[in-house]
Design a protein around this ligand. Structure first.
Ligand SMILES: [Cu+2]
Length: 158
């Protein structure tokens, strides 16, 4: 519990950096994180049973000059979050941890149902359909990008 609070405080503490009036004109708080990265269409689909892992889907475009690798993520209001891929393992198709994804200029990634997704562990009951939260992706070298995530119920359109 204490760790969650600290993580939330740290996530919040990074926000004021972009609000000093000297940011480039077109940079909004949401895409000021990793140069050249754009994340859109982010939505979290809750499990039918409250408290079970939820899944986040989104589109990622990268046009930065530096080669990066997408490796980790955090979700506000959740204990942890892990990138999952669907793969064949033990003769069954199931979710497994995703290997770090290299990002080169021009990369387009789609995290979508039945494919790569961000698994959200122990989502807080305060995360309700119709609401929103924030997710942060972390790349090699520690660069971070935070983006808004719409929350949907299990039965909603994904
Ligand atoms: Cu998963």
């Amino acid at each position: 519990m204490k760790r969650t609070l600290v993580a939330l405080a740290l996530a919040g503490a990074t926000l004021p950096l972009v609000g000093c009036g000297e940011a480039p004109p077109e940079a909004s708080a949401a895409d000021a994180g990793i140069p050249g990265m754009k994340i859109s269409n982010a939505r979290m689909v809750l499990a039918p049973v409250a408290g079970n892992p939820a899944a986040i889907y989104f589109d990622l475009a990268y046009d930065g000059e530096r080669g990066l690798a997408l490796s980790r993520a955090e979700v506000k209001g959740a204990k942890s979050a892990t990138f999952h891929a669907y793969g064949e393992y033990d003769f069954k198709v199931q979710m497994m941890d995703m290997l770090p994804v290299p990002l080169k200029k021009g990369a387009r990634l789609e995290f979508k149902p039945g494919d790569q997704h961000l698994m959200v562990m122990e989502p807080d009951p305060a995360l309700k359909p119709g609401g929103s939260t924030e997710a942060t992706v972390i790349v090699s070298g520690g660069g971070k990008q935070t983006f808004p995530v719409e929350i949907r119920a299990a039965g909603d359109e994904r």
